[in-house]
Design a binder for this molecule. Structure first.
Ligand code: HEM
Ligand SMILES: [Ca+2]
Length: 196
């Protein structure tokens, strides 16, 4: 049966039925109505500790790129909403394919990332290894997808690298199932409680 969370009209309240890609973006849907507006993305990035400028930039770019892909009809909405139930249409090329076309997680593709690029340590990626991954995943002449993939991975590396400058397999796994963002905000909140 469904979890105890209240069901929204579009079913977004029921986490059990969400695909991993839907869970990946759920953190940014602050009022959990199934739609992410640019100000929610902005606040999500602020919660993750990004500064005002970077958070604004991320919100503008993400919504310019993804809003129309997830909305029916050909006219853009001036509020640039992203509909979570259609987030699979936001998939782009030059990615790892660890999300399939339906937004499901593909464990083999995830394992492949570490088999191919984790040279120094089998369970983590250095900055150079992330760059190598991006170079190898790059589809020729498809600059848009590559730019998107670069932003995803650089951002992930920046936010989630450990004190040795490595991105652990655990952290990458958690970005795919959507739990990383909650974990990071909890860690930040605990750290600020301790220091106050
Ligand atoms: C700190 C914030 C974020 C980080 C670190 C992040 C990171 C990532 C990573 C590493 C991937 C996997 C790419 C691959 O498999 O090669 C990904 C995929 C994706 N992300 Fe995010 N993401 C963030 C926020 C968002 C937001 C706010 C949205 C939209 C509302 C979003 C939408 C997507 C989509 C649609 C994909 C699938 C792309 C594909 O596989 O082609 N992400 N993200
Ligand atoms: Ca919302």
């Amino acid at each position: 049966m469904a979890s105890s969370s209240s069901l929204q009209p579009d079913g977004m309240g029921n986490h059990d039925q969400l695909t991993p890609l839907e869970k990946h973006v759920m953190f940014f849907d602050i009022n959990k109505d199934g739609i992410i507006y640019p100000w929610e993305t902005y606040l999500g990035f602020r919660k993750l500790g990004r500064n005002i400028f970077r958070s604004l930039l991320a919100a503008v770019l993400i919504h310019l790129v993804l809003s129309h892909k997830t909305r029916p009809g050909k006219w853009p909405s001036l509020l640039f909403p992203i509909l979570i139930k259609n987030i699979k249409y936001g998939k782009h090329g030059s990615d790892s394919d660890a999300y399939d076309a339906e937004g499901r997680f593909v464990p083999e593709k995830f394992e492949e990332i570490f088999k191919k690029y984790a040279h120094k340590n089998a369970n983590s990626l250095t900055a150079d290894e992330v760059n190598e991954l991006l170079k190898k995943n790059r589809e020729p002449k498809y600059y848009f997808g590559w730019l998107n993939a670069t932003t995803d991975w650089r951002l992930l590396y920046d936010l989630a690298k450990n004190k040795n400058g490595e991105l652990t397999k655990e952290a990458v796994r958690a970005v795919y199932d959507g739990s990383l963002f909650e974990q990071m905000t909890m860690a930040r909140e605990n750290a600020s409680k301790k220091s106050s």
